[in-house]
Design a protein around this ligand. Sequence first.
Ligand SMILES: Cc1cc2nc3c(=O)[nH]c(=O)nc-3n(C[C@H](O)[C@H](O)[C@H](O)COP(=O)(O)OP(=O)(O)OC[C@H]3O[C@@H](n4cnc5c(N)ncnc54)[C@H](O)[C@@H]3O)c2cc1C
Length: 437
Amino acid sequence: MTRSGNSFDATHHDSGASLWAATSPPPPPLVPLAGDAAADVAVVGAGYTGLCAAITLADAGRSVVVLDAAEPGHGASGRSGGQVIPGLKDDPEQIEARYGSDLGPRLVRTVASGPDVVFDLIRRFGIDCQAVRAGWIQPAHNDATRRLVEARARQWHARGAPTRVLERDEVAALTGSSLYVGGWFDGRGGTVQPLAYVRGLGRAAVSLGARVFRDTPVRALTHGSAGWLLGTPNGSVRARRVVLATNACSGPLHDPLRRSVVAVPSYQVATRPLPPSLRAQILPGGQAVSDTYNLLRYYRLDAAGRLVVGARGQFGRRTGHELLRHHDAAIREIYPQLGTPDYEFRWSGEVAVTTDHVPHLHDLGDGLYAALGFNGRGVAMASLLGRLVANLVLERADPDGFVYPVTPLSPIPMHAFNQLGVRATISYLRMKDGHWL
Ligand SMILES: Cc1cc2nc3c(=O)[nH]c(=O)nc-3n(C[C@H](O)[C@H](O)[C@H](O)COP(=O)(O)OP(=O)(O)OC[C@H]3O[C@@H](n4cnc5c(N)ncnc54)[C@H](O)[C@@H]3O)c2cc1C
């Protein structure tokens, strides 16, 4: 990798450790790869995608090596908001229209099951990650988005999901904010401590026999008659099959893959634990919230009652001071009762965005596979696609009947010229066509 896709560094001007790093159980005891290894499958990247792929492969009896440039959760997985959100950004009717009467409904059922995949893994492996399944709320900030989310709630409800439309007063009671005009509630969603979840997945993969190496960047990937050879600073791995699970930080290892997504910065802050009086008003039921603004704001409480708020970066707003002002303004608008917010933590990461707004699953040929581009919905979707990319490796149908389209790689043409331009273009298009990041 030439650059870190997700960093707490000078680029993003944040203060250092995230809330999640400060409150997670320790990482699994891992070492860097030293020497040469061989496995049926090599997985590059130890986030939700790579580790869920490794778990599925190890369950199926394959020998697996997982290599991460840093450690499990170093990428977006350890920095996310931890909101477990079902579905794609597209609504069920859009998915069914796009994929037809056979694949469409099966795909809707698949993406609806993302949170089940997450909470089942947590249960199965006893992962200690503050998992709460209290639901997810999408409040609407104007009448146009209210109509849109109401239609969304009804479409999911018609397909058996525990969703309902929320009137203005209900949104205010559930969130503690009177900013919104309505919204919907989705009982399938929830929250996790994201770094604890991904570290738990790492421990689970190891418990099944996967060999997971930290501080082991894959610098070269070559294919020959004996399969794939992955070059790292102090050793190599031979494998017939390789899964690339590098998401927004795909780097030069596979350049067309890197150019198939755009890395959009997202910043989060966590307040100090709220006093009981505010805690009784703000998200008393413990739901996660992502609203409908074009540059969306997403928020939740952690186990200690800190308000954790994230927002997508704005182009040109680069200094830590300016970013904090942006969050201050958002929080003051949503929760004026908080006064001047007192932050205990702030951190950032990069969200891998695709031009069609859906994650991509690729068969790149010769036993090379990839899943990436979760568009800010990776806790559930990357856990799910990790399993589905493993099914591709195993050449089998999913035991629960889950399906997902395998698409050709389509690098974004402008990418080579100007990443910032691509980001700005996507952002503009989303505002124009009513999608939000
Ligand atoms: C700030 C932020 C907030 C978010 N909030 C939410 C949320 O609330 N809910 C939600 O559903 N989604 C959220 N997301 C999105 C979600 O976190 C991601 O979609 C998900 O974590 C992607 O997982 P992944 O395993 O595909 O990639 P990552 O977690 O990014 O993992 C990729 C890994 O690949 C490794 N790697 C890269 N290149 C190499 C190499 N050459 N050799 C070895 N290792 C390599 C990296 O070190 C990294 O660990 C958020 C994202 C961000 C950045």
